[in-house]
Ligand binder design. Structure first.
Ligand code: HEM
Ligand code: NAG
Ligand code: NAG
Length: 324
């Protein structure tokens, strides 16, 4: 296992170098200030309302950004609806019955187009900013979101199936998946910290309760077997960490106590001398460092292969491509 991780780490480093060389970096958090100074305050207002009405929505909007960015870059592709003539990403395995927040994105888009008196803010930028505002609304750190993404005119269900990591992955596959997106092993540990927020469905952690008991705390397993029986109850929810509506370092503390809900979560901490073990111990003990390093990793996630300049378009309706 140590050799596999060392190899994956090497691949991660190489991939990060390669992709940074090609990335069209977004660097401008003030992209909309001249054309629509009301854009960002409008997004924040709708996000705050949605999170106040349902705290979990903040988690869902954050995850939406992750699932957008990991499939051919942060280009709003996840927002496109399926039609009889078009298959998008919403029914790909990682998103089906799982990705949520699309109607909040619609509300933001309508409010932004009204505030801007026109269609100038891309759906991809809206998702990126809504993720940041969700983190902040739930007590997390703020950061400047680089802007200027444009929206894809395509989507790929196959890429969504293949590019988003699964909760069944072991550490080596998690690391190589992140490397394939130009993200490091440390980014993997940091961005997994997003699981300080939100919930998982039983279907994604059942094996932990009945088949992986060696790496799961006994009292947590016992408590979860009620809501997550061996058969049935697939969509019943459990929190990913003890405080699913508060952005904090509790996720890492849970891993130290073998209370990671998903197999992929607990893979980051095996209690030994592994690199990720050290990082988990460090962030569990240093909340300020977690908050500081997490936002840097978010900016890297947010900057994956954007469409810029005259590529793509600014969609009028986030659910469908413009006619032309
Ligand atoms: C490292 C690999 C990752 C895996 C295998 C993974 C897997 C999952 C799974 C299986 C769920 C539960 C979905 C459901 O049952 O419907 C989930 C929820 C969530 N994930 Fe991840 N995830 C990963 C990384 C990330 C990253 C990088 C972020 C954001 C930066 C993120 C943010 C979230 C959030 C906020 C939720 C809760 C969503 C809600 O309550 O609606 N995850 N993840
Ligand atoms: C993606 O995965 C889903 C669910 O497993 C499957 O039904 C679908 O055929 C897959 N799509 C592609 C293009 O591979
Ligand atoms: C339990 O895990 C083992 C090894 O990962 C696997 O072969 C087996 O199919 C699993 N059993 C169940 C009931 O999920």
């Amino acid at each position: 296992m140590a050799a596999a991780v060392a190899f994956a780490l090497m691949v991660a480093t190489m991939a990060a170098t390669a992709s940074n060389a090609n990335a069209q970096l977004l660097a401008d958090p003030y992209f909309y200030d001249a054309v629509c100074p009301e854009a960002l305050p409008t997004i924040r207002r709708v996000v705050e309302q949605a999170v106040a009405a349902e705290p979990r929505m903040g988690a869902s909007l954050l995850r939406l950004h992750f699932h957008d960015c990991f499939v051919n870059g942060c280009d709003g592709s996840i927002l496109l609806d399926d039609t009889p003539f078009f298959t998008g990403e919403k029914n790909a395995a990682p998103n089906m019955n799982s990705a949520r927040g699309f109607d909040v994105i619609d509300r933001i888009k309508d409010a932004v187009n009204a505030a801007c008196r026109g269609n100038v803010v891309s759906c991809a930028d809206i998702v990126a900013v809504a993720a940041r505002d969700s983190i902040v609304a739930l007590g997390g750190p703020s950061y400047h979101v680089p802007l200027g993404r444009r929206d894809a005119r395509t989507a790929s269900q196959a890429a969504a199936n293949n590019s988003i990591p699964a909760p069944t992955f072991d550490l080596g596959r998690l690391v190589s998946n992140f490397a394939s997106h130009g993200l490091s092993l440390q980014d993997l540990v940091l961005l997994s910290g997003a699981h300080t927020l939100g919930f998982s469905r039983c279907t994604n952690f059942r094996d932990r309760l009945y088949n992986e008991t060696a790496t799961l705390d006994g009292s947590l397993a016992a408590a979860l077997r009620g809501p997550c029986p061996q058969t049935g109850g697939d969509d019943n929810l459990a929190p990913l960490d003890p405080t699913p509506a508060r952005f904090d370092g509790g996720y890492y503390g849970s891993l130290l106590r073998a209370r990671g809900l998903l197999h992929s979560d607990q893979q980051l901490f095996a209690g030994g001398l592994g690199v990720t073990d050290g990082l988990v111990r460090f962030y569990a003990a240093n909340d300020d460092a977690f908050r500081r390093d997490f936002v840097e990793a978010m900016v890297r996630l947010s900057s994956l292969s954007p469409l810029t300049g005259s590529s793509g378009e600014v969609r009028v309706n986030c659910r469908k491509v413009n006619y032309n």
